[in-house]
Write a protein that binds this ligand. Structure first.
Ligand SMILES: Nc1nc2c(ncn2[C@@H]2O[C@H](COP(=O)(O)OP(=O)(O)OP(=O)(O)O)[C@@H](O)[C@H]2O)c(=O)[nH]1
Length: 339
C-alpha cells in the first residue's frame, strides 16, 4: 500500500475505534456547539450524532450549569490547559442512566470528565474535547465501602439491645473528659474557653462534670417472673427514658447488665441530682407495655462530680458506684450524691 493510503486507513481505523470506544468523546467549539459526538454519547444520551451536531451543549442539556461549565470551557481555551472534574466533586455532568446490575446504589452514571484543549494545525485553540469516563463501579464501591465503615464504626460504639453508647465508648469519653479536666487544673489563670473533647462533647473548662450510675431495682425478679425477653423490653424502655431526659451533650451509656452510666459534662452535683430525680420519677411513673402485661419498675441513682483529688477515672467511677450502693442500701428508688 502506498504511504498515504496506509495513513488514511490508519486514520479510518482510529476514527472507527474512537467512535466505538467505551468512553464519551465530545468536541465543542467556542460557542459550545457540538462538532463531534461519538457512539458512547449517542448510546447514553439517546441522541444521534446528526441531531447533536451544531447544537449548543446547553440546549441539548438545559439542566447543565451554564455559568459553571461555560467558565471552565472558556478557561481551557484561554489557558490551553486541561481541566478535570471528578465524580467526587460532582457526581456527573451528563444525566445518563446507570445500567450496571451491581449498582443498586446508583440510578445515574457517575462520571469523571476531562476537558482538553484541541489545537488546530496553526497552533490556535478554538475547540475543547470533553472526555467522559463512566466510573460508576468505582464510585459505588467507594460509597458502599464508606457507608459500611460508618455502620461498623457506629456498631462498635453501640450497645445492640438498647442502642445506647456501649461501655468501651463510655470509657473513652470518661478518659477524654478526665484528661481535659486535669490539664485545665494544671494551668493557672486559664481563660474560659470551649474545648472539644469528643465529637459531641463540648466542655467548658471552668466547670465540673458529673457521672451518674443508674441501676434498675430488683431487676432479677422481673427476669425471674416474666422471663428474659420481657427484661430486655424493660431495658429498652429505660434506655429511651434516659435518652429523652438528657441533653445533646450528655453521654448516656449502658454500663452492663441493668446498669447505666450517664456522663453529664459542665454539670455540678445540683444539676446532676436534678437530672436523676427527673428521670427517676419518669421511670417510676412509666407503665412498660409487654406481652406479659404492663410492668412498673423503679431505679436507683448514684452521682459523683469530678474532683481535683481524683487521680484517675477509676476513683471518679468508684465514688459514683458507692453513691449508687448507698441509694440501694437506703431503700432503692432514690438518688444519692457522693460525699
Ligand atoms: N433481660 C436481661 N437481663 C439481664 C441482662 N443483663 C443482665 N441481666 C440480669 O439483670 C439481673 C441483675 O440482677 P442483680 O444484679 O441481682 O440486681 P437486681 O435484681 O436488679 O437487684 P438490685 O440491683 O439490688 O436492686 C440479673 O438477673 C441478670 O441476669 C440483659 O441484657 N437482659
Amino acid at each position: 500500500m502506498p504511504h498515504n493510503a496506509e495513513n488514511i486507513t490508519e486514520l479510518h481505523w482510529l476514527f472507527d475505534m474512537l467512535h466505538h470506544i467505551d468512553v464519551g468523546l465530545v468536541v465543542l467549539n467556542t460557542h459550545y456547539e457540538v462538532e463531534l459526538w461519538n457512539g458512547f454519547m449517542e448510546n447514553h444520551s439517546g441522541m444521534s450524532s446528526s441531531i447533536a451536531k451544531k447544537q449548543s451543549l446547553f440546549d441539548l442539556f438545559p439542566d447543565l450549569n451554564r455559568r459553571w461549565l461555560g467558565q471552565k470551557l472558556d478557561n481551557v481555551v484561554a489557558l490551553r490547559t486541561p481541566i478535570f472534574i471528578s465524580w467526587e466533586q460532582r457526581a456527573y455532568l451528563f444525566p445518563f442512566k446507570s445500567y450496571r446490575p451491581i449498582t443498586g446504589l446508583a440510578d445515574n452514571m457517575f462520571q469523571n470528565i476531562a476537558l482538553r484543549p484541541l489545537a488546530n494545525a496553526d497552533g490556535t485553540v478554538k475547540h475543547v474535547c470533553l472526555v467522559v469516563y463512566d466510573v460508576t463501579d468505582v464510585a459505588t464501591n467507594k460509597v458502599a465501602l464508606s457507608s459500611a465503615n460508618r455502620l461498623l464504626d457506629q456498631l462498635s460504639k453501640t450497645d445492640a439491645l438498647t442502642e445506647l453508647n456501649n461501655r468501651s465508648c463510655l470509657d473513652k469519653a470518661l478518659v477524654a473528659v478526665f484528661n481535659a479536666f486535669t490539664a485545665d487544673a494544671l494551668v493557672a489563670d486559664k481563660p474560659v474557653t470551649d474545648k472539644l473533647v469528643d465529637d459531641d462533647l463540648v466542655m467548658n473548662s471552668n466547670n465540673t462534670h458529673s457521672l451518674v450510675m443508674a441501676d434498675i431495682d430488683n431487676f432479677k425478679k422481673i427476669n425471674d417472673q416474666y422471663g428474659h425477653p420481657v427484661g430486655d423490653v424493660v431495658l429498652q424502655k429505660v434506655a429511651r427514658i434516659l435518652s429523652s431526659g438528657s441533653r445533646k451533650m450528655d453521654f448516656v451509656s449502658r454500663y452492663g447488665g441493668e446498669e447505666f452510666a450517664i456522663l453529664l459534662p459542665n454539670t455540678g452535683t445540683d444539676g446532676a441530682l436534678f437530672f436523676c430525680e427527673k428521670v427517676r420519677k419518669k421511670v417510676a411513673a412509666a407503665k412498660i407495655v409487654t406481652d406479659k402485661g404492663d410492668i412498673s419498675i423503679t431505679m436507683s441513682f448514684g452521682v459523683a462530680d469530678l474532683r481535683k483529688t481524683d487521680k484517675a477515672v477509676s476513683s471518679w467511677l468508684k465514688r459514683a458506684d458507692e453513691a449508687l450502693y448507698r441509694a440501694k442500701k437506703e431503700g432503692r428508688n432514690q438518688s444519692v450524691v457522693a460525699d
